[in-house]
Design a protein around this ligand. Structure first.
Ligand code: TGC
Ligand code: FAD
Length: 451
């Protein structure tokens, strides 16, 4: 398998330390040698490449930022470069590492008891144990704060009102009821980090595979992230010990802190996916001959597509590097992460589409990695906060106004009040403006980032 040469128009490599380059090159070689030869088959078969997990553990690709339990405690940039290279291989593989590292090891390490850390971190680090993160529910995706899954002290009064036979047993145990959906690695996981509503707010719990009342089943029919397992989790009077709660996680904020870690890695991962698509398209365009024996790379329209891709990749690389430096200096804020996730996954999505165009009919078959990346990126665009939710997080950061929640419906008639106080022409609705004799303003521009 030939080695990926990298994409580095702006000499961003020169801004990396020797250690960061070494980490990147190690993972790059792993992806070229071990991932690429099997990934199309995994994607076709719809299976997670579990055979890669022990080597990923041996390479310290799980929990690489933790400086404990013999883990390397890598800086933000080196961690990001791991995610970049894994996602260059496949978004599902990066998802596996993101969930294991950012959504399972991070909360156990940051919010867990000593006993929880000692039990899980070493086994999760080697890949001997697999974890999953259950936040999303069938009716609560973008708005996890509305979750219905409950955890009650056995013998305590009901939050949701449902009766539970398990209550009678008493003790300090917790009883979980509810369901989670779209959970990466749900059926593979030895331990699930589950977020549930309690009388004291939203708390995190560790639920072990095989616990009575805990079920996991795979979701089928996916056309995206086929080399990754996605599952539903069910909790039916699922009784877990009192010490299964993460003592340091006291609200939704802690779940969102885990997402910051994962979203940061996805910002880098998006660039990895884009690099693979760009590189494939460039090599193809230089070799594919049409018209007068000339390669298609000689056409201006083809060059413009390649130029768009490489320009956005270069900008995305600088964005990632700055996010990493902010992370390492303790100045990374959630909206910085939203900027990175939103921009770079969008860039990856556009690059996949352009690369597919450049490949013509070959763009739709899995002889080339492009169609797989194009399908995968639809999940990445949606999970860990959709593109639009990250737009709203950024909007809130710059205006101070949260725009997630539409105003509550009201019975009060509002239209006459507006008519009584006309706005300047530019602020009127088109029809009203025309009636007032002014030309209608242009339709609202929603920038979707066309080239
Ligand atoms: P809101 O009232 O704004 O906030 C509640 C508390 O949390 C604080 N906070 C944050 N803290 C740390 N990091 C962040 N990113 C934070 N965002 C908010 C906030 O200050 C507040 O603190 P406090 O002290 O006042 O309690 O919460 P909200 O319910 O209005 O929701 C805000 C919103 C919409 C931004 C949030 O719910 C959101 O991010 N929604 C998107 C959901 C999402 O991303 N789900 C991902 C599920 S996991 C997944 O997809 C894994 S995919 C596999 C893979 O990673 O590869
Ligand atoms: P919805 O929230 O229903 O959104 C639908 C559409 O409405 C989107 O376009 C959205 O942007 C838009 N929308 C919603 N609210 C607003 C608003 N206020 N303003 C404007 N537009 C809005 N979750 C986990 O907890 N753990 C996992 O491991 C996990 N893995 C996943 C793996 C895959 C393959 C996928 C696809 C998802 C995974 N998820 C996981 C779930 C993921 O985080 C959610 O799908 C995501 O948060 C969006 O939620 P939703 O699908 O319910 O969409």
């Amino acid at each position: 398998m030939s080695r990926f040469p990298g994409v580095d128009l702006l000499e961003v490599d020169a801004l990396l330390t020797a250690e960061e380059r070494m980490v990147r090159d190690t993972v790059r070689a792993f992806v070229d040698d071990k991932v690429k030869p099997i990934i199309e088959e995994c994607h076709r078969e719809g299976r997670t490449p579990l055979e890669l997990v022990p080597e990923m553990g041996a390479l310290n690709l799980f929990g690489a930022s933790i400086a404990d339990y013999g883990l390397p405690g890598l800086g933000g940039v080196a961690y990001g470069l791991i995610m970049q290279e894994l996602e260059r291989g496949d978004s599902g593989l990066r998802s596996f590492a993101s969930v294991q590292s950012s959504l399972v090891m991070y909360p156990i390490h940051a919010f867990g008891s000593q006993q929880q850390k000692d039990r899980w971190i070493p086994r999760l680090a080697t890949g001997e144990a697999i974890g999953c993160f259950g936040l999303t529910e069938p009716d609560f995706g973008s708005n996890p704060g509305g979750m219905r899954t409950t955890a009650r002290r056995a013998g305590s009064a009901s939050v949701g009102g449902a009766a539970s036979s398990a209550w009678t047993a008493g003790g300090g145990d917790w009883v979980l009821n509810g369901s989670k959906q779209w959970i990466t690695n749900g059926t593979l996981a030895d331990v699930a980090v589950v977020w549930a509503r309690t009388d004291e707010g939203i708390r995190g719990f560790l639920v072990e595979k095989g616990t009575p009342g805990f079920t996991a089943s795979d979701q089928h029919g996916k056309f995206s992230l086929r080399a990754s397992t996605t599952s539903e989790l069910g909790f039916h009077d699922c009784r877990i010990p009192g010490d299964a709660i993460l003592p340091g996680a006291t609200g939704l904020k802690n779940a969102l802190m885990c997402l910051n870690q994962a979203r940061y890695g996805i910002a880098w991962g998006g660039i990895g996916s884009a690099m693979e698509c760009y590189h494939t398209a460039l090599e193809y365009a230089k070799q594919r001959v049409q018209w007068n024996g000339q390669p298609i790379a000689c056409h201006q329209l083809v060059q413009e597509k390649l130029v768009w891709m490489v320009s956005e990749i270069a900008k995305g690389q600088l964005l990632c590097l700055q996010l990493g430096r902010l992370k390492d200096s303790g100045r990374l804020r959630p909206h910085h992460v939203s900027l990175g996730k939103r921009n770079n996954v969008w860039v990856a999505r556009e690059c996949a589409k352009l690369a597919r165009e450049v490949l013509g009919a070959n763009g739709i078959v899995d002889d080339y990695p492009v169609i797989r990346h194009m399908l995968n990126i639809e999940s990445v665009y949606t999970y860990e906060g959709t593109h639009d939710i990250h737009g709203l997080i950024l909007g809130q950061a710059i205006t101070g106004i949260p725009a997630f929640n539409a105003p509550a419906p009201t019975d009060e008639p509002t239209a006459p009040a507006r008519a009584a106080a006309p706005k300047p022409a530019g602020e009127q609705a088109p029809a009203a403006a025309a009636a007032a004799g002014s030309p209608p303003p242009p339709p609202a521009m929603v920038h979707r980032g066309g080239r």
